[in-house]
Ligand binder design. Structure first.
Ligand code: ZN
Ligand code: ZN
Length: 339
C-alpha cells in the first residue's frame, strides 16, 4: 500500500476485507504482476491517490457478487480491466474510448488495487478467463491488452511489414508476438543487459534480435528493406535514445508508435515527423475491445505470457520484486497473497 505521496512510502498493512456493492464483483486475487508503473509510483513519479493498495495486473476467482450481477458467479475464473471508475457521460465514454475519460480512476493507483487478497471491481470491467489459461498467464492479461491496443488498434501492422520493436521488456516481448500474429517481420532491438530478454524474444517468434552494442541497427534495417527503413517502429523502451533511434529507423511515410513511457519530457528532433511524413501515435491503457482480443489470443495459444514471468513472490516480499524490476533483472515478477 502506498501510504502517502513522496519517495517510497510503501508498506504492507492489514486491511479489512472489502465490501461488495451493487453491480460489483469481489475477486480473490491469485496472481498480480509488478509493472513499471508501480516502480514510478514508488519513486513518486506517477499520479496516485494515497492511501491506496497498488497492483493493476491480476486475475483470480470470484468470491462474491453484488446485487444485479448475473454475468458472474462465485468460483468463476476472471481477470479485470483497470478502468475502475469512469464518468459514463463524456465523448470518450460514449464512443468506447473510456480509457481516455478525464474522470477515469485507475485500479491500483486511483482506487485500491490487487496486491492484496480481495479486490472489488465493477462488473463491466470483469472478463472470464478461459480454463486453458492458468493464473500466472492470466495475471499478464493487462499488459497484453495494452500491447494489443497499441499494436493492433492504434498502429495496425500489415502482413509483410518490417516491424522494429525497441526494448525487449514485457511490452516489447508482447508487442513483438502480436506483430508476428499480424503478419509482420519482427526485429527486436536491445542493449547488452538485455541479452537474456533478446533470446526470449527470439524463442517467442521474433524473426531477428539485435544487441545494438554489437550490430548496427541502421545497416540491418536498410538491408531488410531495400534501403527504405522500417515500415513500423514500436518504441517500447520508454527511453530517449530509444525514441531517437526509432525516428531514424522508420521509413518515410512509415508508422511510429510511442508505446513505452518516459516518465519525464525528453528532447527529440520532432521535425522528422514532417520531413518523413510519419504517422505518429501512442496509446494509453486499454479498453474492452483490446481485452477481448488479448484473451482470445491467449486462449488460442497465439501469444504466450507465462515465459515472461521470471519470479513468483508472496506480497510480503514485494520489495525484492520491485528492486529486481528496477535493476532490469526481472522481466515480470508476479506477487501472490498470503494468509
Ligand atoms: Zn501495468
Ligand atoms: Zn467519461
Amino acid at each position: 500500500m502506498k501510504v502517502r505521496r513522496g519517495e517510497g512510502n510503501i508498506e504492507v498493512q492489514d486491511v479489512s476485507e472489502p465490501e461488495v456493492g451493487p453491480g460489483e464483483v469481489k475477486i480473490e486475487v491469485k496472481a498480480a504482476g509488478i509493472c513499471g508503473t508501480d516502480i514510478h509510483i514508488y519513486h513518486d513519479e506517477f499520479m496516485v491517490n494515497p492511501p491506496v493498495i497498488l497492483g493493476h495486473e491480476f486475475c483470480g476467482v470470484v468470491k462474491e457478487v453484488g446485487e444485479n450481477v448475473t454475468e458472474f458467479k462465485v468460483g468463476d475464473r476472471v481477470t479485470s480491466e483497470t478502468a475502475a471508475r469512469v464518468c459514463g457521460k463524456c465523448m470518450f465514454c460514449r464512443t468506447g474510448d473510456y480509457n481516455l475519460c478525464p474522470e477515469r480512476l485507475g485500479l491500483g493507483y486511483g482506487v485500491n488495487g490487487a496486491f492484496t487478497k480481495f479486490c472489488v471491481v465493477r462488473k463491466e470491467i470483469v472478463h472470464h478467463l478461459s480454463d486453458n489459461v492458468d493464473f500466472i498467464s492470466g495475471a499478464l492479461c493487462e499488459p497484453l491488452s495494452c500491447a494489443v491496443h497499441g499494436t493492433i488498434e492504434q498502429t495496425g501492422v500489415e502482413a509483410g511489414d518490417v516491424v522494429v520493436v525497441i526494448g525487449p521488456g514485457p511490452l516489447g516481448l508482447l508487442s513483438s508476438q502480436i506483430s508476428k500474429v499480424e503478419g509482420g517481420y519482427v526485429v527486436v532491438l536491445g542493449l547488452s543487459i538485455d541479452e537474456g530478454k533478446l533470446s526470449l524474444a527470439k524463442k517467442l517468434g521474433a524473426d531477428l534480435v539485435v544487441n545494438i552494442a554489437r550490430g548496427d541497427p541502421e545497416e540491418i534495417i536498410k538491408d531488410l528493406t531495400r534501403g527504405y527503413g522500417a515500415d513500423v517502429v514500436l518504441e517500447c523502451s520508454g527511453s530517449s535514445p530509444g525514441a531517437k533511434l526509432g525516428l531514424k529507423l522508420v521509413r518515410k511515410k512509415g508508422k511510429f508508435t510511442q508505446m513505452g513511457l518516459f516518465g519525464k519530457p525528453i528532447k527529440i528532433d520532432f521535425e522528422q515527423i514532417a520531413y518523413k511524413e510519419l504517422k505518429v501515435t501512442g496509446f494509453f491503457s486499454q479498453k474492452w475491445t483490446a481485452w477481448e482480443k488479448a484473451l482470445k489470443l491467449l486462449e488460442q495459444g497465439k501469444v504466450q505470457t507465462k515465459p515472461l514471468v521470471t519470479e513468483k513472490l508472496p506480497i510480503t516480499e514485494w520489495r525484492k520484486g520491485f528492486e529486481k524490476k528496477e535493476k532490469g533483472e526481472a522481466i515480470k515478477t508476479v506477487l501472490y497473497p498470503v494468509d
